[in-house]
Write a protein of this length. Sequence first.
Length: 140
Amino acid sequence: MAFYERLKEARVNARLTQEQLAEKIGVAKTTLSGYENGNREPSVATVAKLMQALQVDANHLYQDEMENLTQSEMWHMEKYRSLDRHGRELVQLVLDKEFERVKNTSFTQNKTKGFESLSEEDLEIIKNGFRDTKEEREVV
């Protein structure tokens, strides 16, 4: 069963209409309908709201999708889980920026670009974060 099917199942089990759930999580009914039909993907923040409103965990919503992970994806998840809060924030920052870059431009136009889409402030956060992480490793 895919995420969108589990989402609908959880909503029905919670005895909520699409309108009620959409209101609880702060999205339009049509947006929630798109999630349940597999036409849209909720953000991480929205998934957190869905889990809270439906009283389910991410394992329940994503369990079948986790079975299809590649070895590389599983390795990335393992490394991510070992990070502290600061490291996870840095990964999220880079993922968000890269996702926006790819979403807003075609891959062929940007396949040679690196971090050009990051602001100076974001680059400074990344630099400071990696410097902090390196210093923490040297101390330990």
